[in-house]
Design a protein around this ligand. Structure first.
Ligand code: NAG
Ligand code: NAG
Length: 632
């Protein structure tokens, strides 16, 4: 705590003159449930419980994740799917068809948002909206222009705003349901390419998303299209990350180790904000478009991402992503990330020593190293050191660089293969409990949800989280610097870093002993701070989610009205997950991976677990039956 105060003190004294204010005490109560509302919750397979009223805000303990809408103005019903449903005579359905490779008809987007308005709007606290709101660039006859892309982003943004605005206020930023957008690789022109800001693109996106981005983040947003959004005052926030700076397919960025790269700067920003979150005891979800895995992220970015989630495991609840169109989860191994970092920094003689990874054992047995004579900017005063030990464990490390996956139109190919490799490389290699930490803290989880675009079937996910204790938390007043002044300080700090980050060299061999100069390697989590909601049951721990899908073939035939129906939930009879802590995901991952290991060892494969994998595939492809159609 003292350290935190010193940090704030230094920050305020040297970087910005802060003004402190005291929140008024909140009025907190339980909001009564009506019969109709209870029935609606039951019909949606959501947990029946009273929202918490805080002043005028209702907190339901639920949020929606929607991604990859890909609306296509040129979509034509009854056209040829081989011409991407733009031309010709054919079978393309009114609402789009699963698997055939076209983008979304406008009516699919419109009906989806209407469905959310009718069914979910009064039951959720916020909407994570992870990008790709523009059609693909895959039809030579219909090339995309930069103007098309801004227009479509504006159009979808307007529709979202209209659906979730608050009619009782004149402040356009005061929405009924907060929307947290992030930038997709198809929301930019040309696709995948996004330059370091400020650019025309960042300024234009700020304008388009102005109701969703806090005003005090204008500068940060213009730098790189990432931002912070507070959801429950002093309790819960979202960090919307611009993953295009971490993405291997963006040719305008290099890696996350070169100080001038926007990915490096993104982690500088992430570090400052996460430290503030910790100081305020706030919890955060990370959200973005492209999920962290070896195929998507540059390896230097991937390992930093994993290391930050590991060292801030008291703060970060998890990561929420889209882009893949496949419903799945990715366990991320911090030990592998540290090992990869260590390997990348071996000096030419190959005699580098390792960063201490095993800190989940919480041994305070550090060899103190004097950082006094190493130049460290004022803001950072971590005088912690690293225990250098040689890694002797035989754990194979799965972080390596691979070709990025192609995301193009047309029937998706080889997606079962993608999941099989996820099963082998990630699920089957999840370490047993003794090596994962009692609460699985060696790992963090990236959650990839189903898309609206009918690459498979359209899907939506509603998360539920633990609100126990929130009334108490909210009844106590807090005493923090205002966000306006904090972010003004962040702007100044980032400018200061720009002025000192003036070399092009990546951190490599010779600065091994000056790790602390790399602001994008976090300090270790102080041992006395308990694990956060991702790891142990507490306020904001995710408890379950329900997945909904639109059965397009039945809807197009007129056998069903347009509707999102229940697909599965994490506590259903297949998954039986009692909560969604990291350990619960590791347990599921081990079950999904076990038959692979059994086959390798030549031992008997558990039929029940093979059946579970079958269910998992079915849900990954959103009940489209893709896994049985032989596309690989
Ligand atoms: C979005 O575009 C569609 C199709 O052009 C149009 O019908 C609709 O009015 C637009 N909506 C908004 C809010 O601009
Ligand atoms: C919510 O967290 C509390 C601890 O704060 C725990 O006792 C309770 O079981 C959790 N509820 C759910 C639904 O997981």
């Amino acid at each position: 705590m003292i350290k935190i105060l010193i940090l704030i003190g230094i920050f305020c004294t040297y970087i910005y003159h802060c003004s402190f204010y005291r929140d008024a005490v909140n009025e907190v109560s339980l909001h009564p449930l009506t019969d109709v509302y209870t029935q609606q919750l039951q019909a949606l397979n959501l947990t029946v419980r009273s929202p918490i009223r805080v002043n005028k805000q209702l907190i339901h303990g639920r949020f929606l994740h929607i991604t990859d809408i890909h609306p296509d103005l040129y979509y034509k019903e009854g056209s040829n799917v081989d011409q991407l449903c733009h031309k010709g005579e054919g079978t393309s359905g009114k609402y789009g068809d699963a698997i055939l490779g076209c983008d979304s008809p406008i009516i699919l987007m419109a009906e989806t948002i209407k469905w959310i308005e009718r069914n979910l709007k009064d039951k959720i606290d916020f909407i994570i909206w992870t990008g790709d709101n523009v059609r693909h660039d895959n039809d030579r006859n219909f090339p995309r222009t930069e103007l098309n892309i801004f227009d479509m982003n504006q159009n979808v943004s307007d529709i979202m705003y209209e659906a979730f605005k608050n009619p009782d206020t004149s402040n356009p930023r005061n929405l009924l349901v907060d929307l947290i957008p992030s930038l997709g690789n198809n929301d930019v022109y040309p696709h995948n390419l996004f330059a370091p800001g400020p650019t025309l693109q960042t300024r234009e996106m700020y304008k388009i998303w102005s109701p969703f981005i806090p005003q005090n983040q204008l500068h940060i947003f213009n730098r790189g299209a990432y931002f912070f959004r507070e959801i429950i005052p002093n309790q819960l926030a979202i960090l919307s990350i611009n993953t295009l700076y971490l993405f291997q397919s963006n040719p305008l960025v290099d890696n996350c180790d070169r100080k001038k790269d926007p990915g490096y700067k993104l982690f500088e920003w992430l570090g400052v904000v996460l430290k503030e979150m910790r100081a305020r005891n706030m919890k955060v979800w990370l959200s973005g478009h492209v999920p962290p895995n070896e195929k998507n992220y540059d390896i230097s970015c991937l390992r930093k991402y994993i290391i930050w989630t590991y060292e801030f495991r008291d703060v970060i609840i998890g990561g929420l992503y889209g882009h893949m169109n496949i419903d799945h989860f990715i366990p991320l191994d911090a030990k592998a990330a540290y090992k990869s970092l260590k390997d990348s920094r071996k000096d030419k003689k190959g005699k580098a020593k390792g960063l201490d990874f095993e800190s989940f054992e919480l041994d305070d047995d550090y060899d103190d190293i004097d950082f006094e004579d190493i130049e460290i900017p004022d803001f950072e005063i971590d005088i912690e050191s690293n225990q250098f030990d040689d890694e002797s464990e035989d754990d194979e490390v799965t972080l390596k660089q691979q070709e990025p996956m192609k995301i193009l139109g047309g029937t998706p190919r080889n997606k079962v293969g993608y999941l099989e490799s996820l099963r082998e490389e990630y699920y089957a290699s999840i370490k047993k409990r003794s090596k994962s930490g009692v609460n699985g803290e060696r790992y963090s989880i990236a959650h990839v949800t189903a898309s609206v675009i009918p690459t498979f079937n359209p899907g939506l996910r509603v998360w539920e989280y633990n609100t126990t204790g929130l009334d108490t938390l909210l009844s106590t007043s807090s005493n923090y610097e205002s966000w306006d002044s904090f972010f003004e300080g962040v702007d100044k700090y980032m400018e200061y870093l720009d002025s000192v980050d003036d070399n092009d060299n990546p951190y490599t061999a010779f600065d091994y002993f000056t790790f602390k100069k790399d602001k994008t390697i976090p300090s270790k989590k102080p041992a006395n701070i308990p694990l956060g909601p991702a790891y142990t049951d507490q306020t904001f721990s995710p408890t379950r989610y329900t997945q909904y899908y639109a059965d397009l073939s039945a809807i197009n035939k007129g056998d069903k009205p347009f509707n999102y129906e229940y697909e599965y939930s994490t506590d259903d009879k297949h998954y039986k997950m009692q909560s969604l802590l990291v350990n619960d995901w590791l347990k599921l991952g081990r079950k999904l991976g076990k038959p692979v290991k059994d086959k390798q060892k030549g031992t008997k494969v558990d039929k029940k677990l093979e059946t579970l994998w079958g269910k998992y595939l079915k849900h990954s492809f959103i009940d489209s039956d893709y896994e049985n159609l032989g596309y690989g």
